[in-house]
Ligand binder design. Sequence first.
Ligand SMILES: *Cc1c(COP(=O)(O)O)cnc(C)c1O
Length: 359
Amino acid sequence: MGRAATATINLEAFRHNYRLAKSVAPEQQAVAIIKADAYGHGAIKLAFALENEADAFGVACIEEALELREAGIKKPILLLEGFFSEDELPVISDQNFWCAVHSLEQIDIIERSQLHNPINIWLKMDSGMHRLGVQPQDYQLAYDRLRSLPQVNDIVLMSHFASADDFSSPVNAHQINCFNEITRNIEAPVSIANSAATLGHDETRREFQRPGIMLYGATPFAESHPLADQLQSVMTLTSEVIAIRDLQPGEGIGYSHRFVCDQPTKVGTVAMGYADGYPRHAKDGTPVIVNGQRTRIIGRVSMDMLTVDLTHIKDAKVGAKVELWGDQLPAAEVAPYADTIPYTLFTGITRRVHKKYIG
Ligand SMILES: *Cc1c(COP(=O)(O)O)cnc(C)c1O
């Protein structure tokens, strides 16, 4: 009953991808990054799928961490951006969340806090991303201050890459050298690798990796890569053809008639639009699968529908299955047609889309 637009989430594929992240550094730990509702896949469901295996989970903020705790997740949870306000500290301490610290002001706040249990801190350095983190010249002092505080338990040294998906970027070596130079006299575990670094830069694999996008099966790289090519799609976004018509050369399709037929064309209308999270910017020619055969979007994506070329599709009928991305069509291949990346495709899926969990 109802509209077919569905995101099928494959939990077995999610576990496969986590195991791949672990396999590159089996002696070390991997914090499964499930911020932003597990990149749009459903954080509670995915956390439970990995609760027996994951070393820890990572989220963006305390709201996301509490949602997981309240659902019954017992594993350590890392707050990647730390605390936003002082009143979070007692909760962080009581819930045993791991907490990033990215500024000297945050150290002042911890210093004057009163906590039941000392907290585990991930001290973030701005090694070149220039978004969050203590400046390299202040880092040793920040570490020494935290180390002396009774409110602080373990400290992990942390940084984040700006261009790890780009092997040719000189920024990678610059960030690694900066981080290693500044931390060379500090005895503490290190975490610097996101998905792209975990897969592609073995010198960044340290005590804790922080894989995110790779867990959802999307390669961070533009090119083929021996490890990334083993990832499996977790989300498969599907719908159905709900109407078909035959158009003649010169006839236009959809809003503004962005696409005008240059030959006799069979057009299928699919129940999927930008209000489901499918990108409105998808160009004519964006790949899509109908009945297991590859074809293309023609015409502008509208709120609830989009139109595809069925001219050469066998068995093209109303009710034909349509895959927008997933098992047969990686999201990483679709994203460039909408000038974006798989991260925004996944996080953009809206609540109107049915979610179905398998595996
Ligand atoms: C989101 C995030 C990650 C994961 O990044 P991916 O590119 O998805 O692997 C790792 N570390 C931090 C600090 C993050 O915010």
